[in-house]
Ligand binder design. Structure first.
Ligand SMILES: [Zn+2]
Length: 96
């Protein structure tokens, strides 16, 4: 009686591997730490500096509701998706 089980046992779902850049910022007003992440496949916009490709991404983060400070984080990546620059307004980057 295992023939139906055999029919359906091959259905394994595999999702494509995602490439994220994860960062943590600390709110300048209340000190809360907030984690954000950038999808390196979808969240980057390309610009050209001369003949060099660079990638930009911007994220706006808000904390858990105790304060209304918005933290705007900006990132710059090189063509091979390694971080070149980052800056945040309203918060500070902290190392994981
Ligand atoms: Zn805050």
């Amino acid at each position: 009686m295992s023939f139906l089980q055999k029919l359906f046992s091959g259905a394994t779902s595999s999702s494509p591997k995602r490439n994220y850049y994860v960062f943590t910022v600390k709110c300048k007003r209340c000190g809360e730490t907030i984690e954000g992440r950038i999808d390196l496949n979808n969240d980057l916009s390309v610009e050209y500096e001369g003949d060099t490709e660079v990638y930009y991404s911007r994220k706006t983060l808000m904390g858990g509701g105790k304060c209304f400070q918005r933290i705007e984080a900006e990132f710059k990546f090189s063509a091979n998706r390694s971080l070149v620059e980052q800056q945040a307004r309203g918060g500070d980057f902290i190392l994981p």
